[in-house]
Design a protein around this ligand. Structure first.
Ligand code: NIG
Ligand code: FE
Length: 390
């Protein structure tokens, strides 16, 4: 198998404390990485790098693990520019706009939906994302949800069934009937394409009892739970997520002390989605409070046409540092290793022997520049599974 060394790296983030400076980022200065096939096989000081078939000179730039975007909604058609405009003129965000996207998504062809996914994942790749999760949730019929997941599964292994995004407009007068559909025929049609089951646990979407029924039905079919929790108001989502050992509770914007304690004690990652607060002019989640309690935090884009139409992990890192009390080191960790933890993956989100060779070369001397130089396209090269993809 061919070996490639990336040498003269000013600052290498490994996310393995023992490989570097014993900090969570496991930083190595003046470093090199050696890739063999689709794996990392060596990291260390550049001067000690073993001989390889090929070499890439990083010329004093930084290398970080590829971003792991563990929360997106890419299976949609249409856009909601007017709704965004109205919000920026003072209108409040409600999840009601989801129904606008449902209508456009149902009307789209398979090819249109597929082209949309490719468009946004290509955008994300240019910004350093090497793994992404994505969900259904804009079809809300058996056929439209299954079709979304079938298309999603062509592009990623991290596919989430979100038939329980909101009650389908077709069941406006019969929400219990819609829960029966989501936990019955729709789940049967969707489970073969998905790894995860998700529910939007929120006033106006699904309450705690409905959310529990939906998640446990999915778990009985072999799906693992994750939850849209505590986004717009306080509620039972976070504690339900921890109780069911969900991989992640996503949003976590309105948390009681008991919610924070539950996250700190359980294995459920708190996935924060600053693009949503940015695009809805809502209060920021308090990352500092969650981290100080000892919980694990991930950062993701929540890329969707309503509440967060960004595919940029660097943008989310910059927001988390500026507005959510995170240090640049914490934000970088959360956008890489944190995302991997939120997907219960150990093969990604780090640059260490045995890990998948998903790497980003930044046109900057360190990862700190992602927040220090917001909005600047700093991603210079990307490797996925050892292949140069940008
Ligand atoms: O994660 N909160 C629920 N779902 C999305 C928003 C979807 C939409 O507005 O279309 C979210 O923010
Ligand atoms: Fe979401």
């Amino acid at each position: 198998m061919t070996t490639t060394a990336i040498t003269n790296i000013a600052s290498l983030v490994t996310n393995d404390p023992s490989l570097g400076d014993n900090s969570p980022l496991g930083l190595i200065l003046d470093a090199a990485v050696v890739i063999e096939g689709d794996r990392v096989v060596w990291t260390g000081e550049s001067s000690k790098a073993p001989a390889t078939d090929n070499a890439v000179d990083a010329s004093g730039r930084a290398v970080i693990p590829g971003f792991v975007d563990s929360h997106s909604h890419l299976l949609f058609a249409g856009d909601r520019t007017q709704e965004f405009n109205a919000r920026m003129s003072g209108r409040r965000y409600t999840a009601g706009g989801i129904r606008t996207t449902v209508a456009a998504t149902r009307a789209a062809t398979d090819d249109e939906l597929s082209a949309n996914v490719v468009r946004y994942l290509t955008e994300a790749l240019r910004q350093g994302t090497t793994t992404f999760e994505t969900k259904s949730g804009y079809g809300l019929t058996v056929e439209d949800e299954a079709r979304a997941l079938r298309i999603a599964a062509r592009h990623t292994d991290e596919v989430t069934y979100l038939g329980a995004h909101v009650v389908s407009p077709d069941y406006a007068d019969d929400p219990a009937g819609y829960v029966d559909l989501v936990t019955g025929p729709m789940l049967d049609a969707c489970a073969p394409y998905a790894r995860w089951v998700d529910v939007f646990c929120e006033k106006g979407a699904f309450d705690g009892d409905q959310a529990r029924a939906i998640l446990t039905a999915g778990m009985a079919k072999g799906l693992h739970p994750r939850v849209h929790a505590n986004q717009l108001s306080y509620g039972p989502g976070v504690q339900l997520a921890v109780e069911l050992d969900a991989a992640s509770a996503d949003h976590c914007t309105h948390l009681t002390d008991a919610d924070v304690d539950a996250l700190a004690q359980g294995d459920t990652v708190a996935t924060l989605l600053p693009g949503a607060e940015f695009s809805t002019r809502a209060d920021w989640p308090d990352a500092r409070r969650i981290l100080d309690a000892g919980a694990t935090v991930a950062l993701s884009t929540d890329c969707n046409p309503g509440s967060s139409f960004t595919s940029s992990m660097p943008f989310c890192v910059a927001l988390a540092v500026r507005d959510m009390g995170m240090t640049p080191d914490e934000a970088l960790w959360s956008a890489t290793a944190g995302g991997a933890a939120a997907l219960r993956r150990t093969d990604i989100g780090r640059i260490a022997p045995g890990a998948r060779a998903d790497l980003v070369l930044l046109d900057a001397p360190s990862h700190v520049h992602l927040a220090y130089r917001p909005g600047v396209p700093l991603v210079q090269a990307v490797w996925q599974r050892g292949e140069r993809t940008l």
